[in-house]
Design a protein around this ligand. Structure first.
Ligand code: BT5
Length: 325
């Protein structure tokens, strides 16, 4: 743990009471001057810390920071989480890929407060301003053949949707393949990547971006779809910590189910979160258009579309829009 995290953890344990500079310097084994420097850095990060000559320091108020120790404290589940929170990085998926290639274990998670080059799919950008949202990547090493790896995309969408519903009571729906919408506006996106050889997956990275406290003017102007955040839907800001914890618990639960029962249960949960099941839709295959009725998901995550002639076509990529009558 860094000196900064150690001081914060001391403050938290003291619950708003004063901590003397001497006590901090002894516990951390750093000089009094170093303690002062750390306190100044915490203030730069937005912590309100009162300093009194005879009493020492006390924490009055903290920003909504994400710290590894807070996130994992007492988390239940089977995946052993190893979490690192970064103040800033290019893309958590990029960083975690390097760690995975060097042998990082299943359950390794990177969270960033801000991403300077947050990635969407197909080279698109994911807007990732500091201090308000969740940007994280989760490393899994499932024992599956590569063609089943897309199933993990549906797993992360189900887990994220259920965490949003459970924590904030929002009416979240899934949009094939991997967007989460509230009232037709995008609140979260998934960027899952894998490394595999012909028979076996080496690892899968679940990249998850969730708009928690994003204000309307913080979205880029050229959005492909209208976007929203928990703040915009609920009208109040929300703590990021509670959400990340619930997300990791949901991932753990879904992954256990997936290992024990295969894709079946995840698929059923995903279909329950989709508005498009049994609906007439138009799919823009770019190029080409298909119209039909959505009859479910295939084993590999393809959308099953029943055409007018009764045939079922598998849609691997495309933009799906409901047909209004
Ligand atoms: C996605 O791509 O929806 C995947 C987003 C994954 C982001 C996470 S954050 C942690 C991890 N590390 C990364 O570098 N990435 C992952 P896609 O479906 O291609 O959507 C991208 C499009 O959504 C952009 O072209 C914009 O139009 C729009 N967009 C960008 N930022 C947005 C935001 N914050 N909220 C909603 N829409 C956004």
């Amino acid at each position: 743990m860094s000196s900064r995290d150690q001081i914060l953890s001391l403050f938290r344990r003291r619950g708003g009471e004063f901590l003397s500079g001497q006590e901090i310097s002894q516990t951390l084994n750093i000089s009094r001057a170093a303690v002062w420097k750390q306190v100044e850095q915490l203030r730069d990060l937005g912590f309100e810390i009162e300093a009194r000559r005879s009493l020492g320091y006390r924490l009055l108020k903290g920003p909504d920071l994400l710290l590894a120790e807070d996130i994992t404290a007492g988390l239940q589940g089977e995946i052993g989480w190893t979490l690192t929170c970064l103040a800033e990085t290019g893309s958590t998926n990029e960083d975690l890929r390097l760690m995975a290639e060097q042998g990082a274990a299943e359950g390794t998670v990177l969270v960033a407060d801000r991403q300077s080059a947050g990635r969407g799919r197909l080279g698109r950008r994911w807007e990732s301003p500091a201090g308000i949202n969740l940007y994280c990547s989760i490393l899994l090493r499932p024992q599956i053949p590569p063609q089943q790896a897309p199933q993990l995309t549906f797993l992360s969408a189900v887990a994220t949707a259920e965490a949003l519903i459970g924590t904030f009571g929002l009416p979240v729906r899934v949009k094939w393949p991997n967007d989460l919408l509230v009232n037709g506006r995008k609140i979260a996106g998934m960027l899952n990547e894998m490394s595999a050889e012909s028979e076996q997956v080496h690892f899968v990275l679940l990249g998850i971006g969730v708009n928690l406290n994003m204000q309307a003017n913080q979205f880029p102007e050229d959005l492909r779809y209208p976007a929203t955040s928990v703040l915009l839907e609920r009208g109040t800001s929300v703590p990021r910590l509670a959400f990340v914890r619930s997300l990791l618990e949901k991932i753990d639960e879904c992954y256990r189910e997936y290992r024990e029962e295969g894709f079946r249960v995840i698929r059923r949960r995903w279909e329950g979160l989709s508005d498009l099941l049994d609906q007439a839709v138009r799919v823009d295959l770019n190029p080409g258009i298909r119209e039909g009725v959505v009859v479910g998901l295939d084993e590999d995550g393809a959308l099953r579309l029943q055409l007018e002639n009764g045939e079922v076509e598998r849609i691997l990529a495309g933009d799906v829009v409901p047909l209004k009558d």
